[in-house]
Design a protein around this ligand. Structure first.
Ligand SMILES: Cc1cc2nc3c(=O)[nH]c(=O)nc-3n(C[C@H](O)[C@H](O)[C@H](O)COP(=O)(O)OP(=O)(O)OC[C@H]3O[C@@H](n4cnc5c(N)ncnc54)[C@H](O)[C@@H]3O)c2cc1C
Length: 413
């Protein structure tokens, strides 16, 4: 069926906004983007930081090979060659017991788990909690499902935090089960980890913006949407920092912005309003010290640090569900976390400089209650639609969800 839409106004140039524009271009629909900041990328951005004299990502994003929409997006913008696949085993280190172990990627992960029982002091039975995810109710949390499992601290907790940025006490088991069914349950081919060779800006955001500009779509930076005029549910006018835009008949608006900003424009909406921080600490190190690390990614257990990414001249730590660190002194956290890195190496080494980034609204708390709010909200509107990672309530708030939301926004018009 031919689309009757003759122009789409896209608010936000995060991955959801960029994906909306790219899908509109593919369908030959005219569109224009409005973005409040001076760059595209939103919560997935890279920048040069003077303090540590390095180009860094705001966060260490990790994407699985199961993420088909992400892969299609990269094919479209021609950036596949800027990624590497992490095919090594994923190494974990428990600071309390000093045990370390590896989750194998060389063969099926599930086979590896059930036959090799890789986590120290565990038996085959301890891994049966995986099977509980085959039958999950919408209102169950991960803790309710597997809280008593012997591999809770060593597997379920770190996996839930990494995937959902929500502690197992609150995280929706249904959403996590959807991830498991697409990744671990499908085997090695879906569990490989994509990482940019340089950074996410170079691999995802810059090529997407180039694609959009090449197709003559205008991106208006420094334009915050401040007010929306509606009549009987229909959007009539958008008021930005420097301009007003009338929405003509046949035109559509896609709001690709987070729920915290949606409710400023539409205070009558009931949307999740509780968020979790993701904390990242980037340590600049000499190349000699960088070579002390043999893996590209490490998982830490019983530590503040959850994931360690080893990059060129940079050791980068990720801590999810990190609201408790929002008010703590950044220098203190930086020093404490570095002690954990040294404990792993078994020797004291120095970093040259460090940069801490607290993304206070990294994602909303992905609980069954919040999930239900979003499901209710996602019904069809007259001349607008909402996109963004948060709108895909069967998936966690991720790059995959944001890219998919843009695709679905265009398909629904
Ligand atoms: C530290 C961190 C680590 C993460 N790690 C991972 C990971 O490992 N794997 C993974 O898949 N995902 C990860 N994510 C999640 C992923 O980054 C997000 O899901 C994705 O970037 C969201 O894109 P989006 O377009 O939906 O929203 P956003 O990126 O938030 O984009 C919204 C855009 O809209 C703009 N905007 C907002 N309000 C207005 C307004 N009123 N007018 C105009 N413009 C407006 C904003 O400036 C922004 O550019 C992580 C996120 C963070 C913060």
């Amino acid at each position: 069926m031919r689309s009757i839409t003759n122009k789409i106004h896209i608010i936000g140039s995060g991955l959801a906004g960029l994906s909306t524009a790219i899908n509109a271009i593919k369908k030959k629909i005219n569109c224009e983007i409005y973005e409040s900041s001076k760059n595209a990328g939103g919560r997935c951005r890279s920048f040069f930081d003077k303090q540590i004299d390095l180009e860094i990502d705001n966060g260490n994003h990790l994407v699985f090979s199961a993420n088909k929409n992400f892969l299609n997006f990269c094919e479209t913008i021609g950036s596949m060659s800027t990624f590497k696949l992490i095919s090594q085993d994923l190494k974990f280190f428990d600071i309390e017991s000093s045990h370390s172990w590896e989750l194998g990627f060389k063969e099926s992960l599930l086979k590896n788990i059930f036959f090799k029982c890789p986590i120290p002091k565990t038996l085959f039975f301890d891994y049966l909690s995986f099977l509980k995810f085959l039958f999950v109710k919408n209102n169950t949390t991960v803790d309710e499902l597997v809280g008593r499992s012997k591999i809770f601290t060593t597997f379920w907790e770190p996996f839930t935090l990494a995937v959902m940025n929500t502690s197992p006490d609150y995280a929706s088991a249904k959403v996590l089960s959807n991830v498991l069914k697409e990744t671990l349950f499908k085997g090695k081919k879906n569990c490989l980890i994509y990482q940019p060779i340089k950074n996410w800006g170079e691999s995802l955001i810059d090529p997407a913006v180039r694609f959009i500009k090449k197709n003559k779509v205008r991106i208006n930076f420094n334009e915050t949407l401040r007010k929306v005029y509606t009549r009987q549910g229909k959007i009539e006018e958008l008021v930005f920092t420097n301009k007003k835009v009338k929405i003509k008949d046949g035109e559509r608006v896609v709001f690709a912005i987070p729920p915290s900003n949606i409710v400023k424009l539409f205070p009558e909406f009931s949307l999740p309003c509780d968020y979790n921080t993701i904390l990242n600490i980037h340590y600049k190190v000499s190349s000699k010290n960088q070579k002390l690390f043999k893996n590209e990614i490490l998982g830490f257990i019983n530590t503040i640090s959850q994931w360690v990414f080893i990059k060129k001249n940079c050791i980068s730590i990720t801590v999810s569900d990190a609201n408790k660190f929002n008010s703590l002194d950044s220098d203190e956290i930086t020093k404490e976390v570095w002690k954990e890195v040294c404990a792993f190496l078994g020797k004291k080494i120095q970093y040259e400089n460090a940069k801490i980034i607290k993304e206070k609204k990294a994602t909303y708390i992905q609980s069954p209650k919040n999930n239900a709010l979003i499901q209710k909200f996602n019904e069809k509107k007259i001349n607008n639609i909402f996109a963004g990672d948060w709108t895909q309530n069967t998936l966690p708030c991720t790059i995959e969800a944001s890219i998919l939301s843009g695709k679905k926004a265009i398909e629904s018009l």
